[in-house]
Structures are given as structure tokens and as C-alpha cells.
Design a protein around this ligand. Structure first.
Ligand SMILES: Nc1ncnc2c1ncn2[C@@H]1O[C@H](COP(=O)(O)OP(=O)(O)OP(=O)(O)O)[C@@H](O)[C@H]1O
Ligand SMILES: [Mg+2]
Length: 236
């Protein structure tokens, strides 16, 4: 397994945001985490990246225990997070934002070529590469956030609700980009409330409720589950 999370806990004072989460992502696999607002999805991803310190449990990545490892080491090892709400630095240029993604990379030889590939793919970014990122629309900022994560050359890309606030057309673009990146061998851990689309993309998924994993299985079995349909798929 590329990522193994075992009995992970996150606490903020008295709030037990993640109360024993266990999940795994194989090399090249897409895994989904579903759950309502406040379920602990973002806290789980932050703990895996290391920006939030777990109160218990274990995280292994690429064969090594990383539970206490510093964030830059995890990123160098091939873990990256596209955070909720994009976290673009609006006063920096689009190009500077993209380059931040490559900041910790050792192998920089192919970087110019990879930047060009991203500009080819996202022409809206290319045309305005020297402008502050504030000029971008919400959807374009999401593309920038994903492009920035791509430049870290991750083995596993975690995304926290990438479809939030996007038009249906842009949601489709984000999902097909993830499918394509996955086709190139990148694993994906996808947190979403867009349940049906996410389960159509993922191989497996889990459902978080109030910090607990209440359900886990193949995407097909989750899509077929009546309780899940009632709760998250608008009664099927
Ligand atoms: N920095 C924090 N300090 C205190 N409580 C927090 C903090 N971050 C999250 N929480 C609490 O932890 C719980 C889980 O929050 P989290 O953001 O992980 O949920 P989520 O599933 O990502 O929700 P959403 O779908 O709304 O993004 C919530 O009760 C939230 O209020
Ligand atoms: Mg969240």
C-alpha cells in the first residue's frame, strides 16, 4: 500500500474531529472519502499531510512511518494536498503560485517542460501568467491549485472538495483531469460531497460521520447502498 492510515484521531480541544479513521490507498488507486459538513474530512487530510498533529494513530506512506514527520518531508516523499478553498496567494502572480508547487523538488530539470504542459492545458492561466492570481475566477483558481500540486510531482494527490463552487462543466474538467493524472500512475485521495461523481471515479470509498468511518467498501457497493443513497445521493 502507498498510504496506510490506522486508527487516526484528531482533536481540537474538546472536539474529537477524527475519531479512529482507518483507510488505505494503493499505488495508482483512486480512493474517496465522503461525509457531510463537519464530518472530519478536512481534518483527516490535514493530519495526513501533517499540518494538523494527530492525537493518536499511525500514518505510513511509501513504506515508511510518517506520523510525526515534518510536512516538507512528506511533500518530498510524494504527498500533496489541494486544500479546501484553494489557498491561492492572490497577491502573487499565477506563475509564482505555480512555482510554489515545485518549491521542495530536488529534480528540477524537467520543470520548464512541465510548466509549459500546464500552460498548454490551462490556456486561461497561460494568458495571464504574470498577473496576480486575484484576477482568476473561482474555477480558474481551482485549476491553478491543481496545477501547483501537479508540479510537486506527487505519488499521491489529496484533494479537499475540488468541485466546490464550480460549474458542472468545470467539475467535469476537474474529474477528467484526475482520471488522466491517475492514468499516468498518480494515486488520488479525494474528499468530496459530490458523491455520485466521486464514486464513479474512485475504486473504493469510505464514509465519515462525526469523525467515525461508518462505511467502507468498493465504489460500486457504496453506490448501490440504500442508506448511503438516502443520506448522500438524494434518494437515489
Ligand atoms: N482549527 C479548528 N479548531 C477547532 N475546531 C475545528 C478546527 N477545524 C475543524 N474543527 C472542527 O472539527 C470538526 C471537523 O471539521 P472538518 O473541517 O474536518 O470537517 P469537514 O468534514 O471537512 O467539513 P466541511 O465539509 O464543512 O468542510 C468540526 O466540528 C469543526 O468545527
Ligand atoms: Mg472540509
Amino acid at each position: 500500500m502507498l498510504l496506510e492510515v490506522e486508527d487516526l484521531h484528531v482533536r481540537y480541544g474538546r472536539t474529537h474531529a477524527v475519531a479512529g479513521a482507518t483507510l488505505s490507498v494503493a499505488e495508482g488507486e483512486i480512493v474517496a472519502v465522503l461525509g457531510a459538513n463537519g464530518a472530519g474530512k478536512s481534518s483527516l487530510l490535514k493530519a495526513i499531510l501533517g499540518t494538523v498533529k494527530p492525537a493518536g494513530g499511525r500514518i505510513r506512506f511509501a513504506g515508511a512511518e510518517i506520523t510525526q514527520a515534518p510536512v516538507p518531508q512528506r511533500i518530498r516523499d510524494g504527498l500533496v494536498l489541494v486544500p479546501e478553498g484553494r489557498r491561492i496567494l492572490v497577491s502573487m502572480t499565477i506563475e509564482e503560485n505555480l512555482l510554489l508547487g515545485a518549491g521542495l523538488r530536488r529534480d528540477r530539470a524537467t520543470l520548464p517542460r512541465e510548466m509549459d504542459a500546464i500552460y498548454d492545458r490551462f490556456s486561461n492561466l497561460a494568458a495571464r501568467r504574470d498577473m496576480p492570481a486575484a484576477v482568476l475566477s473561482g474555477g480558474e483558481q481551482q485549476m491553478l491549485a491543481i496545477g501547483r500540486a501537479m508540479l510537486a510531482k506527487p505519488r499521491l494527490m489529496m484533494l479537499d472538495e475540488p468541485s466546490l463552487g464550480l460549474s458542472p462543466l468545470l467539475v467535469d474538467r476537474v474529474f477528467s483531469l484526475l482520471r488522466e493524472l491517475n492514468g499516468g500512475g498518480m494515486a488520488v485521495l479525494l474528499v468530496e460531497q459530490n458523491t455520485r461523481k466521486t464514486l464513479e471515479l474512485a475504486a473504493r470509498g469510505s464514509v465519515l460521520e462525526l469523525g467515525r468511518m461508518v462505511m467502507a467498501g468498493s465504489a460500486a457497493s457504496l453506490l448501490a447502498d440504500e442508506g448511503l443513497q438516502r443520506a448522500y445521493l438524494g434518494a437515489g
